[in-house]
Design a protein around this ligand. Structure first.
Ligand code: DOR
Length: 441
């Protein structure tokens, strides 16, 4: 099967392209990215991309697929449908499942389920500690051997610094990063929002920014002294960004990511007392948003990740104290990023492609992905970047509806998605697994 994606504006920073081009795909690989006329008769299928932007397939390096154990919230099938609908061709599945993904068999389970039921490529993040309990190291070598691309106890911090030190020392043997969830659990305790003027005004228990910063400081310091590689998940405060900036300048092996909700929304939202704004770390202040955008601009923040955290409506529709933390994001990340970063003039389309594709591929070591250069895996996301969109969760492919962006207006609609040479999303709709083999190439 040969596929031609014709006449789109190819924005591929890793390949150094931002121009109208034809992308030739053959047997799941990019064969050529070229300008000029291409004879259409040589192809089994031609997708007209004129007027669209063609990105290298988007990569979300922080997703909770919830399987095994929490299939009422999401499954590998629904989560990857949601990913495809949001423009993602690869997602990294976090290990806070039940059981936690802390050994070879669990990594293999997720990979084989994704192979059979997935709508995009799934890579697996293994746990740092057994059961994510923070007490005993997981079988890290086995996790890597089974294909884990990173390790993380995300959702929790490894509070025991001796365990963390041993994990970092061990990890030096492998070229994968440790994704660190930075939140001192004794400081954050049972807070439900950012600590500050708004938490006092609303009478809600706050989470101090110090809870995040103290662990970023510890983990950066350890990575520096031990030579380990860390990636700071969902960074949210000005001083945390500053610490990463200074660490990078010293040559520490540290990268970091930000979520669309953290660079778009502030803790003013909490006056709605709505648990769809409750997550960890919490929404911060306009000054933090400014710092996050500066961090994206100067390269301190390498990636944008959704931290897609599905929960059921029953779980979220309760008092803030009882609601679980987290919001979904696979089907809103691209629109929110285009609207709040590109339309606002903060980032170029090429910089956005870096944060949503090239850099996550580099950080996770996904060879052949994150670029459209010749020979790379045929992962493409076709987007109408000017289309207006109102975010409506009832249209989501995800099982969950817990978005903080319900009803928001923005720019950017995903039109088609090709993952590993397969058309998984076509003209604004999912291509069911049962039908899609006919489009495989
Ligand atoms: O709000 C959050 N929810 N933050 C996390 O780090 C974990 C996530 C979840 O798994 O629900």
């Amino acid at each position: 099967m040969k596929l031609l994606v014709k006449g789109g504006r190819v924005v591929d920073p890793a390949g150094g392209v931002d121009d109208v081009r034809n992308v030739v795909i053959d047997r799941g690989r990019v064969e050529a990215v070229e300008s000029g006329e291409v004879p259409e008769t040589a192809f089994d299928r031609v997708i007209d991309a004129s007027g669209l932007v063609v990105f290298p397939g988007l990569i979300d390096m922080h997703v909770h697929l919830r399987e095994p154990g929490f299939e009422d919230k999401e499954t590998i099938e629904t989560g990857t449908r949601s990913a495809a609908a949001g423009g993602f061709t690869t997602v990294a599945a976090m290990p806070n499942t039940d059981p936690a993904i802390d050994n070879r068999a669990h990594v293999e389970f997720v990979r084989s389920k994704a192979e059979r039921f997935g709508y995009c490529n799934v890579v697996v993040v293994g746990a740092i500690t057994k059961g994510r309990q923070g007490a005993e190291l997981a079988e890290i070598g086995d996790l890597v051997d089974a294909g884990a691309v990173a390790i993380s106890d995300d959702g929790n911090t490894v509070m025991n610094s001796e365990i963390m030190r041993r994990a970092m020392e061990y990890l030096r043997m492998y070229d994968i990063p440790m994704i660190v969830h930075c939140e001192d659990e004794t400081l954050a305790a049972d807070g439900v929002m950012n600590e500050g003027y708004n938490s006092t005004r609303l009478g809600l228990k706050g989470i101090s920014r110090l809870a995040e910063e103290i662990i970023v400081a510890r983990d950066v310091m350890m990575a520096e002294k031990l030579g380990a590689r860390i990636h700071v998940a969902h960074i949210s405060t000005r001083d945390a960004v500053d610490m990463v900036r200074r660490a990078k300048a010293r040559g520490v092996r540290v990268t970091c990511e930000v979520t669309p909700h953290h660079f778009s929304l502030t803790d003013d939202e909490m006056e709605k007392y709505d648990a769809n704004y409750k997550m960890r770390p919490p929404l911060r202040t306009p000054d933090d948003i400014q710092a996050l955008i500066e961090g994206l601009q100067d390269g301190t923040i390498d990636a944008i990740a959704s931290d897609h955290a599905p929960h059921t409506e029953e779980e979220k529709d309760v008092e803030l104290d009882y609601a679980p933390d987290g919001v979904i994001g696979l089907e809103t990340t691209l629109t929110v990023s285009l609207t709040n970063l590109v339309c606002s003039g903060a980032l170029s389309l090429s910089q956005l492609a870096q944060k949503l594709s090239a850099n996550p591929a580099r950080i996770l070591g996904l060879s052949g992905r994150g670029s459209l250069s010749r020979g790379s895996v045929a992962d493409l996301t076709l987007v109408d970047v000017d289309a207006e969109r109102v975010i409506e969760s009832r249209l989501f492919e995800s099982k969950a509806r817990n978005t903080p962006f319900e009803g928001s207006r923005g720019r950017g609609k995903v039109i088609s998605v090709i993952a590993s040479g397969r058309v998984v999303y076509d003209g604004g709709a999912i291509v069911d697994r049962t039908q899609r083999e006919q489009y495989a190439c």
